[in-house]
Design a protein. Structure first.
Length: 411
């Protein structure tokens, strides 16, 4: 791409976050605190809001129907240039205590939290404290030579390390942060090469676990504390954290995961650690068994906080803009108009880039999408099994772009 084209793309990307809207106001739902527009942002024109995204529009009706059928429990949010266009909450955050889901409810993210780790790595690279071409052995000791000297941070962040990590012990019930950290560090250190570096091996535990260890080695603090301060803190994500199981059990602002058993009944996974999912994709798993999410993965966030994160990525708050563009830039071709970026998929829809991340566990569904050229953000957070996440995010994209329904941005 020539420099003039690149400048044009960057200019269009920035305009999408508030440079060219006509005067006017959004007449839909009010903005949540903290997801308010930045000072100096022009008010979006009412005519800029597609009818399908508005309250009572096609997307709103679709989600309401899912909820009425018992297929959706959670929160959906559509934001345009920092202003909430649609915010809906359905179902219970805690059935036992009668607490309903609402916009301020924090949901478990699963893999949708993996990009926080990539942001942490790029912050350190931006500061000159590491290079993306550094090999594993530059920062960590104890890895075999064919990993330490050949696998780079870039390979790990793109899921092309060529490494395979053994299956986790999904039956183990963890009791402390220290136990979680010790187990998962030992687990990722058992990774072994199964292909040459540069070969796509996405979803290997090493691809998220080793970068988290590098963040700790370079920053001198735990992964959880680093992200809390330097990602959540910088973005103003006051409702987001790496919550522990005791917090999950007691904090009324955290949604409990409702897991479906083989007989079709649903149980609160975090209150029933002896139960596991019968689903072949996550057989025997229960997200409540881990005391705190694995370094490099997971976390809890509210829907408005994920809008704040998206805004911070696009306006230079959490990463300087060139580094943010490096985070989301297409690097690995997948299929059609879909590509791999750093710890997230990106795709071209209706002539514009869309990036974000999906995640899931028994009783957990999460997805956030960013449409940087037009300034839209879509969030879906759920706390029950059976939620058709890919279909919902496809309807979200259709409502925002007018494109034919497609999938979300990957799990």
């Amino acid at each position: 791409m020539d420099s003039d084209s690149a400048r044009g793309i960057n200019r269009r990307r920035l305009l999408g976050w508030g440079g060219s809207a006509a005067a006017g106001v959004v007449t839909a739902a009010a903005s949540p605190a903290g997801a308010r527009p930045r000072q100096g942002d022009p008010a979006p024109a009412d005519s800029d809001i597609p009818p399908a995204t508005r309250p009572g529009g096609a997307y709103d009706q679709y989600v309401a129907k899912l909820a009425a059928e018992g297929r959706f429990s959670g929160v959906v949010l559509l934001s345009y240039r920092g202003r909430t266009v649609l915010s809906r909450s359905y179902g219970m955050a805690d059935r036992e205590r009668g607490i309903r889901n609402h916009e301020g409810t924090a949901f478990s993210l699963g893999s949708a939290g993996k990009p926080f780790g990539a942001v942490a790595v790029l912050q350190l690279a931006q500061q000159g404290r590491l290079s993306l071409s550094d090999t594993v052995g530059t920062h960590l000791e104890g890895f075999a030579e064919d990993i330490a000297e050949r696998v780079t941070i870039h390979h790990l962040l793109t899921g092309t390390s060529g490494l395979n990590t053994p299956d986790e012990d999904v039956q183990r019930v963890f009791r402390s942060r220290e136990e979680v950290h010790e187990y998962h560090e030992r687990w990722v250190r058992q990774s072994a090469p199964v292909a040459a570096p540069g070969t796509r091996t996405s979803h290997s535990g090493a691809d998220v676990g080793i970068p988290a260890l590098i963040v700790e080695a370079v920053s001198g603090t735990s992964y959880w504390d680093y992200v809390q301060e330097n990602v959540f803190g910088r973005c103003g994500m006051t409702g987001s954290a790496f919550c522990t199981r005791p917090q999950w059990l007691t904090d009324e602002h955290i949604a409990h995961p409702y897991m479906t058993l083989a007989d079709g009944s649903q149980v609160d996974a975090v209150r029933n650690l002896d139960k596991g999912s019968p689903s072949p994709e996550v057989l025997g798993k229960n997200p409540g068994r881990t005391f705190i999410d694995t370094p490099g993965d997971g976390g809890f966030a509210t829907a408005p906080d994920l809008v704040r994160f998206a805004r911070a990525l696009c306006d230079g708050t959490v990463l300087h803009r060139p580094w943010a563009e490096l985070l989301t830039g297409a690097k690995i071709p997948h299929s059609g108009s879909s590509f791999g970026a750093y710890d997230m998929p990106v795709r071209i829809v209706d002539g514009q880039w869309v990036f974000g991340r999906a995640g899931g566990n028994p009783g957990v569904s999460a997805n956030w999408n960013v449409y940087p050229h037009t300034g839209w953000v879509g969030v879906v957070l759920g706390n029950c099994d059976g939620l058709p996440l890919q279909e919902i995010t496809g309807r979200e994209t259709q409502a925002i772009t007018g494109a034919a329904p497609g999938g979300g941005t990957g799990g």
